[in-house]
Design a protein around this ligand. Structure first.
Ligand code: GDP
Length: 296
């Protein structure tokens, strides 16, 4: 994960190798490399600049300080703290209030919504001892119903579908009633996406949200799409004001830009990361652990 970013950052710290203390000159050199590393990882230039300005200020505060710690290590610590901050500081939990708890899943087609819905249901069942119900609200692709049925079977979670019904709001509302009748305490509503943002999709997801008043709305985005991921995240948030982001396909050759920029750009935390096609490849997102992985 993020190998190229990690390598480049390591290179930036290496410029401080052999130095006995941080100086204005070696800080400037190192900071420039850090900025390049971020931009190469698909972090928007403005965010990268602001980030490195902060790092620079903090490093200058340590200038000429002769400590037992080497300048390279000092810089790593400063960058680590700033990365954690950039990614949201604390881990953000999900709201499991409500009876049942209703969780709405939104995102573009192919982003990994259905796969994530299956994973989340397994996570809630195993780790939170919940009794989830999966709901298929993609009324456009018959294959979507089949897909979620297969996943439900795989993770041992019931799936609510209405193959003949083309009204997702109605399906979602009936599913919630069904959950109450059958004693399921979390309803995960998987919705339809399009290949790119369009008005009809936005209207549909906004209507569903308005009708079912979810306790938690999660936006799913493919991290491989780089800066587009961040733009899509912004467009969805403007319409449905979601509670958190799910980054998928972090197991692929993703550069890291989305993970680093989403919180800054949209103001919403990343809550989960998905790292594979198997149902158990879901992790709660911890900014400090991610920063640690990036810095090796
Ligand atoms: P949806 O259209 O948003 O519901 O997307 P799907 O859940 O159908 O996922 C699209 C494709 O991406 C499928 O082939 C999934 O197996 C794959 N996929 C989803 N999440 C991940 C992930 O975290 N890593 C990898 N490698 N593939 C994923």
């Amino acid at each position: 994960m993020f190998e190229s970013l990690s390598d480049r950052l390591e290179g930036a710290f290496k410029t401080l190798k052999g130095e006995s203390k941080l100086t204005e000159i070696n800080i400037a050199q190192s900071v420039k490399e850090i900025r390049r590393a971020l931009v190469a990882a698909d972090v928007n230039y403005k965010i990268a600049k602001e980030f490195t300005d902060k790092v620079k200020d903090k490093a200058l505060g340590q200038e000429n300080v002769l400590k037992a710690v080497r300048p390279g290590e000092l810089m790593v610590k400063i960058v680590m703290d700033e990365l954690v901050e950039l990614m949201g500081g604390q881990a953000a939990g999900i709201n499991l209030n409500g009876s049942p708890t209703v969780i709405l899943i939104a995102g573009l087609q192919g982003s990994g919504k259905t796969t994530f819905s299956g994973k989340l249901s397994l996570f809630l069942k195993e780790k939170r001892k919940k009794k989830p119900l999966l709901v298929a609200c993609d009324v456009y692709r018959p294959a979507a119903i089949n897909q979620i049925n297969v996943l439900g079977e795989q993770v041992g979670v019931p799936v609510y579908t209405e193959p003949e019904n083309k009204n997702p709001v109605e399906i979602a509302l009936k599913a919630i009633a069904h959950a109450q009748e059958t004693n399921r305490d979390v309803v995960i509503v998987d919705t339809a996406g399009r290949l790119s943002i369009d008005e009809a999709m936005m209207k549909e997801i906004a209507n569903i949200k308005e009708a079912i008043q979810p306790n938690e709305t999660l936006f799913v985005v493919d991290s491989m799409t780089g800066q587009d991921a961040v733009n899509t995240a912004k467009a969805f948030n403007d319409v449905i004001n979601y509670d958190g982001v799910v980054l998928t396909k972090l197991d692929g050759d993703t550069r890291g830009g989305a993970a680093l920029s989403v919180k800054y750009t949209v103001g919403k935390p990343i809550k989960f990361v998905s790292t594979g096609e198997q149902m158990d490849t879901l992790d709660v997102f911890y900014p400090d652990r991610m920063a640690q992985r990036i810095l090796g």
